[in-house]
Ligand binder design. Structure first.
Ligand code: GDP
Length: 173
Protein backbone atom coordinates (compact mmCIF):
# COMPACT_ATOMS: atom_id res chain seq x y z
CA UNK A 1 0.00 0.00 0.00
CA UNK A 2 1.13 3.54 -0.75
CA UNK A 3 2.44 5.72 2.05
CA UNK A 4 4.27 9.03 2.55
CA UNK A 5 6.01 8.19 5.82
CA UNK A 6 7.21 4.97 7.40
CA UNK A 7 7.67 4.94 11.16
CA UNK A 8 9.08 2.41 13.58
CA UNK A 9 7.50 2.64 17.01
CA UNK A 10 8.43 0.46 19.99
CA UNK A 11 6.54 -0.66 23.06
CA UNK A 12 8.78 -0.77 26.15
CA UNK A 13 8.12 -1.52 29.82
CA UNK A 14 7.79 -4.32 32.37
CA UNK A 15 5.98 -7.54 31.64
CA UNK A 16 2.24 -7.34 32.34
CA UNK A 17 1.81 -3.57 32.09
CA UNK A 18 -0.36 -3.96 28.97
CA UNK A 19 1.99 -3.30 26.05
CA UNK A 20 0.41 -6.00 23.85
CA UNK A 21 -3.08 -5.02 24.96
CA UNK A 22 -2.52 -1.38 24.00
CA UNK A 23 -1.24 -2.44 20.57
CA UNK A 24 -4.15 -4.82 20.02
CA UNK A 25 -6.63 -2.16 21.13
CA UNK A 26 -5.07 0.34 18.74
CA UNK A 27 -4.76 -1.95 15.73
CA UNK A 28 -7.83 -4.21 16.11
CA UNK A 29 -10.00 -2.36 18.65
CA UNK A 30 -10.36 -5.45 20.84
CA UNK A 31 -9.28 -6.51 24.32
CA UNK A 32 -8.63 -9.92 25.91
CA UNK A 33 -8.74 -10.16 29.70
CA UNK A 34 -6.71 -13.36 29.86
CA UNK A 35 -3.88 -12.70 27.47
CA UNK A 36 -1.08 -15.19 27.91
CA UNK A 37 2.36 -13.69 28.52
CA UNK A 38 3.84 -16.27 26.19
CA UNK A 39 1.78 -15.09 23.24
CA UNK A 40 3.66 -11.89 22.60
CA UNK A 41 3.09 -9.97 19.42
CA UNK A 42 6.14 -9.38 17.27
CA UNK A 43 4.92 -6.41 15.37
CA UNK A 44 1.81 -4.97 13.85
CA UNK A 45 1.17 -2.67 10.93
CA UNK A 46 -1.25 0.21 10.93
CA UNK A 47 -1.94 2.96 8.42
CA UNK A 48 -2.98 6.35 9.79
CA UNK A 49 -3.81 9.57 7.99
CA UNK A 50 -2.29 12.84 9.08
CA UNK A 51 -3.78 15.60 6.98
CA UNK A 52 -2.93 14.73 3.39
CA UNK A 53 -0.23 12.29 4.40
CA UNK A 54 -0.50 8.56 4.80
CA UNK A 55 1.70 7.18 7.54
CA UNK A 56 2.57 3.52 7.76
CA UNK A 57 3.35 2.50 11.33
CA UNK A 58 5.36 -0.56 12.21
CA UNK A 59 4.56 -1.13 15.87
CA UNK A 60 7.01 -3.39 17.66
CA UNK A 61 6.20 -5.42 20.74
CA UNK A 62 8.66 -7.29 22.91
CA UNK A 63 7.09 -10.75 22.45
CA UNK A 64 7.62 -11.43 26.16
CA UNK A 65 11.39 -11.03 26.03
CA UNK A 66 11.30 -8.08 28.45
CA UNK A 67 10.72 -10.62 31.24
CA UNK A 68 14.34 -11.66 30.86
CA UNK A 69 15.55 -8.10 30.25
CA UNK A 70 16.95 -9.22 26.95
CA UNK A 71 15.73 -6.62 24.52
CA UNK A 72 18.57 -6.25 22.10
CA UNK A 73 20.01 -3.37 20.17
CA UNK A 74 18.26 -4.58 17.01
CA UNK A 75 14.90 -4.05 18.70
CA UNK A 76 15.74 -0.37 19.27
CA UNK A 77 17.52 0.28 16.00
CA UNK A 78 16.03 3.02 13.87
CA UNK A 79 13.00 3.69 16.06
CA UNK A 80 11.48 7.16 15.73
CA UNK A 81 9.08 6.69 18.63
CA UNK A 82 9.03 4.75 21.90
CA UNK A 83 5.94 4.14 24.01
CA UNK A 84 7.09 3.69 27.62
CA UNK A 85 4.37 1.85 29.51
CA UNK A 86 3.78 1.38 33.24
CA UNK A 87 0.81 0.08 35.21
CA UNK A 88 -0.78 2.72 37.49
CA UNK A 89 -1.61 -0.06 39.99
CA UNK A 90 1.97 -1.37 40.33
CA UNK A 91 4.63 0.97 41.67
CA UNK A 92 7.53 -1.24 40.60
CA UNK A 93 6.59 -0.89 36.93
CA UNK A 94 6.92 2.88 37.33
CA UNK A 95 10.26 2.87 39.16
CA UNK A 96 11.66 0.39 36.61
CA UNK A 97 11.15 2.98 33.89
CA UNK A 98 14.09 4.99 35.17
CA UNK A 99 16.00 2.11 36.76
CA UNK A 100 15.83 -0.17 33.73
CA UNK A 101 14.11 1.02 30.60
CA UNK A 102 15.41 4.56 30.15
CA UNK A 103 18.93 3.24 30.66
CA UNK A 104 18.38 0.67 27.94
CA UNK A 105 16.98 3.28 25.60
CA UNK A 106 20.00 5.52 26.16
CA UNK A 107 22.32 2.61 25.58
CA UNK A 108 20.72 1.19 22.46
CA UNK A 109 18.62 3.79 20.74
CA UNK A 110 20.45 4.98 17.66
CA UNK A 111 18.29 7.99 16.98
CA UNK A 112 19.11 10.89 19.30
CA UNK A 113 15.83 12.67 18.75
CA UNK A 114 13.63 9.61 19.27
CA UNK A 115 10.25 10.79 20.62
CA UNK A 116 9.06 9.19 23.85
CA UNK A 117 5.44 8.80 24.97
CA UNK A 118 4.94 7.83 28.62
CA UNK A 119 1.72 5.90 29.21
CA UNK A 120 0.23 5.05 32.60
CA UNK A 121 -1.99 2.11 31.65
CA UNK A 122 -4.93 0.40 33.44
CA UNK A 123 -6.63 3.68 34.23
CA UNK A 124 -9.90 1.72 34.51
CA UNK A 125 -8.58 0.28 37.82
CA UNK A 126 -8.81 3.71 39.49
CA UNK A 127 -9.60 2.23 42.93
CA UNK A 128 -6.34 0.25 42.82
CA UNK A 129 -4.19 3.11 41.62
CA UNK A 130 -0.90 3.67 43.49
CA UNK A 131 0.98 5.94 41.06
CA UNK A 132 -0.59 9.41 40.95
CA UNK A 133 -1.13 11.35 37.77
CA UNK A 134 1.20 14.06 39.08
CA UNK A 135 4.03 11.55 39.40
CA UNK A 136 3.53 10.66 35.74
CA UNK A 137 3.46 14.31 34.73
CA UNK A 138 6.67 15.03 36.68
CA UNK A 139 8.49 12.02 35.27
CA UNK A 140 7.50 12.97 31.74
CA UNK A 141 8.68 16.54 32.23
CA UNK A 142 12.00 15.41 33.72
CA UNK A 143 12.71 13.00 30.91
CA UNK A 144 11.27 14.94 28.00
CA UNK A 145 8.36 12.61 27.26
CA UNK A 146 4.80 13.20 26.13
CA UNK A 147 2.39 11.79 28.70
CA UNK A 148 -1.07 10.23 28.93
CA UNK A 149 -2.89 7.90 31.25
CA UNK A 150 -4.82 5.25 29.33
CA UNK A 151 -6.73 2.01 29.47
CA UNK A 152 -6.43 -0.74 26.88
CA UNK A 153 -9.46 -2.34 28.52
CA UNK A 154 -11.88 0.59 28.34
CA UNK A 155 -9.99 2.03 25.34
CA UNK A 156 -9.52 5.42 27.02
CA UNK A 157 -6.81 7.53 25.34
CA UNK A 158 -5.31 4.63 23.37
CA UNK A 159 -5.81 6.13 19.93
CA UNK A 160 -4.83 9.55 21.28
CA UNK A 161 -1.56 8.19 22.60
CA UNK A 162 -0.44 6.94 19.17
CA UNK A 163 -1.90 9.98 17.40
CA UNK A 164 0.05 12.43 19.57
CA UNK A 165 3.23 10.42 19.19
CA UNK A 166 2.93 10.28 15.40
CA UNK A 167 2.07 13.98 15.22
CA UNK A 168 5.13 14.88 17.29
CA UNK A 169 7.41 12.68 15.16
CA UNK A 170 6.11 14.39 12.01
CA UNK A 171 6.75 17.83 13.55
CA UNK A 172 10.30 16.93 14.56
CA UNK A 173 12.81 17.75 11.84
P1 GDP B 1 2.44 -6.94 28.38
O1 GDP B 1 3.14 -8.09 29.03
O2 GDP B 1 3.01 -5.63 28.81
O3 GDP B 1 2.32 -7.06 26.89
O4 GDP B 1 0.94 -6.95 28.99
P2 GDP B 1 -0.39 -7.62 28.38
O5 GDP B 1 -0.93 -6.79 27.29
O6 GDP B 1 -0.13 -9.07 28.11
O7 GDP B 1 -1.38 -7.46 29.62
C1 GDP B 1 -1.10 -8.07 30.87
C2 GDP B 1 -2.42 -8.30 31.63
O8 GDP B 1 -3.01 -7.04 31.95
C3 GDP B 1 -3.46 -9.05 30.81
O9 GDP B 1 -4.17 -9.92 31.67
C4 GDP B 1 -4.37 -7.95 30.29
O10 GDP B 1 -5.68 -8.42 30.08
C5 GDP B 1 -4.31 -6.93 31.43
N1 GDP B 1 -4.51 -5.54 30.96
C6 GDP B 1 -3.88 -4.93 29.94
N2 GDP B 1 -4.30 -3.66 29.80
C7 GDP B 1 -5.25 -3.46 30.76
C8 GDP B 1 -6.07 -2.34 31.14
O11 GDP B 1 -6.06 -1.26 30.54
N3 GDP B 1 -6.91 -2.54 32.21
C9 GDP B 1 -6.99 -3.73 32.88
N4 GDP B 1 -7.85 -3.79 33.91
N5 GDP B 1 -6.23 -4.79 32.55
C10 GDP B 1 -5.36 -4.67 31.50
Amino acid sequence: MEFDHLMKILMVGDSGVGKSSLLIRFTSDTFADMSSPTIGVDFKLKMVNKGEKRVKLTLWDTAGQERFRTLTSSYYRGAQGIVLVYDVTRRQTFTNLSDVWLKEIERYSTKEDCIKMLVGNKLDLESERVVTKKEGVDFARRHGCLFLEASAKSSTNVKLCFDELVQKILETP
